[in-house]
Design a protein around this ligand. Sequence first.
Ligand code: NAX
Length: 327
Amino acid sequence: SKKPVRVAVTGAAGQIGYALLFRIASGEMLGKDQPVILQLLEIPDEKAQNALKGVIMELEDCAFPLLAGIEAHSDPMTAFKDTDYALLVGARPRGPGMERADLLAANAQIFTVQGKALNAVASRNVRVLVVGNPANTNAYIAMKSAPDLPRKNFTAMLRLDHNRAASQIAAKTGKAVAGIEKLAVWGNHSPTMYADYRNATIDGQSVKDLINDEQWNREVFLPTVGKRGAAIIAARGLSSAASAANAAIDHMRDWALGTNGKWVTMGIPSNGEYGIPKDVMFGYPVTCEGGEYKIVEGIAIDEFSQECINKTLKELTDEQDGVKHLL
Ligand code: NAX
């Protein structure tokens, strides 16, 4: 049987953590034959550490055959020791009266510390997914704080946007979501993201031709996907958690085990593809194979798409400029 791999999860006692850990431990992320050791990080605060203890008791009570160990930590330097995968979920939410700049600064502090800790103690090939918001910029900060690790191993979660877009397309066309191929989401995990179905097919038919309604694309589809997080908060009184955890599982599983040629969306550091400046943590369509992702190149960018890409890029470079002095 396989040797266990180490999976670090931060914010482990939070609501996404609660929807995520049990699925990692049951083998849904890395395969039903892959034992895992969970290295869980929470803030030192007594309430958070107690909540983490409770989650660990429940994990134990599942008696998962693949769960080879569970550790509770309050320090990233021990939580990230030798870790092969790191899911950075914990972040500072926007509190009352907090300005955007304060939010960026508070998270810059967290992700600088965690990036440095990964740099110091993680596996040299650790694969990092940042979920905590602002996810792209937090991933950028962690990457910049970990100069000894491969840049390409730092990623941000755009998969929830991708899955939301797929679900809207399936509903609109009346077809099954499983039939969708070649969907792309560009840019920032924020309402500025650009979900792009121009090349998508569903059951082999062109989505654009089937829908054939550019007004729906611009006035219904894009705002619905972009504001879905807010719609869930309005309905549930809490932000998306199970769907976010599901997207994190999808992202890591596809990265580790491959997509068989299917396009998925990952936030990854640019190498200049599609005119995005180097190092910007940008949502791109990718395929995964052999534990590596590859950007889908050669997609034609029309005028409307370029406007959308420019807008989400501007937001990201503004966020990056807002934290540059802290790095
Ligand atoms: P919760 O507030 O329920 O949980 C966050 C947990 O993180 C808390 O238990 C907190 O103690 C812990 N934490 C905070 N700072 C930490 C640190 N420095 N080290 C370790 N743990 C720390 O939030 P939850 O609903 O689980 O959401 C977590 C993050 O995901 C938020 O930033 C949220 O905005 C973000 N999201 C990102 C999404 C994406 O698509 N990229 C979608 C869902 C979600 O909104």
